[in-house]
Design a binder for this molecule. Structure first.
Ligand SMILES: [Zn+2]
Length: 218
């Protein structure tokens, strides 16, 4: 995790304020702007636009603490809990897992901020909470379903027929793809012989792989 000004927060270590403006010996000084900033309310953070796409949460503050109307500036801080907005959660399940492992290292409870409020995701001592996990799994499966939909071959799609050129799909179902090559040759290809190539981001097929070739009468 990083603070808004790009300083790393290391798991298991108190975050310690430094003064970059006046080089104060004791941070924070009442007449300076230095220190770790914490707001008194989530609403305040929301109004500043800090919540929607960022990890936020409650924080323990100690050492020298200067109180202001809307919040505090402190010498030391450590997260008490972390709230993860759904929009900041990665989409693939493997990325979610590695993100969760990173955050769990802080030893703070983790919540997910969904549409209906915060849901526990990780409890110090007991680990993953099924409620938060459900939310993440649901979000991931929606994403996988959308991605599968984009990968469904349909009329108008282009298929690279290796060694021959690009054919345009006229009709496709679960068994067969009918495509036109060069505007005149009609190809009937077994559906399973047309594969999505992630590297070239296109459909591809090999001409000798079950391609049935007829010339179109014009
Ligand atoms: Zn200062």
């Amino acid at each position: 995790m990083k603070s808004l000004n790009g300083i790393n927060w290391h798991p298991g270590e108190a975050f310690t304020a430094e003064c970059k403006t006046q080089g104060c010996n004791e941070v924070p000084r009442p007449d300076c702007t230095c220190g770790i900033y914490a707001s008194k309310s989530l609403d305040h953070l929301r109004r500043l636009g800090y919540i929607e796409h960022r990890i936020h949460g409650e924080v323990c503050l100690w050492g020298t603490v200067v109180e202001h109307e809307g919040g505090w500036r402190a010498q030391f801080a450590y997260p008490k809990n972390l709230i993860l907005p759904l929009s900041a959660v990665p989409l693939g399940m493997s990325s979610v897992e590695s993100r969760l492992t990173t955050l769990a290292a802080y030893g703070s409870d983790i919540f997910v901020l969904g549409e209906t409020g915060t849901v526990p995701l990780w409890r110090t001592g007991s680990g993953v909470d099924a409620n938060g996990l459900d939310l993440l799994v649901q979000r991931c499966s929606e994403w996988y379903a959308r991605r599968a939909e984009q990968r469904r071959i349909k009329r108008g799609d282009r298929v690279a027929v290796i060694g021959h050129g690009i054919a345009v799909v006229e009709h496709a179902d679960n068994n067969q793809v009918q495509a036109v090559l060069g505007g005149r040759s009609v190809l009937r290809i077994e559906r399973e012989e047309v594969v999505w190539c992630e590297r070239n981001t296109r459909w591809e097929t090999a001409m000798d792989a079950g391609v049935n070739f007829t010339a179109r009468r014009m």
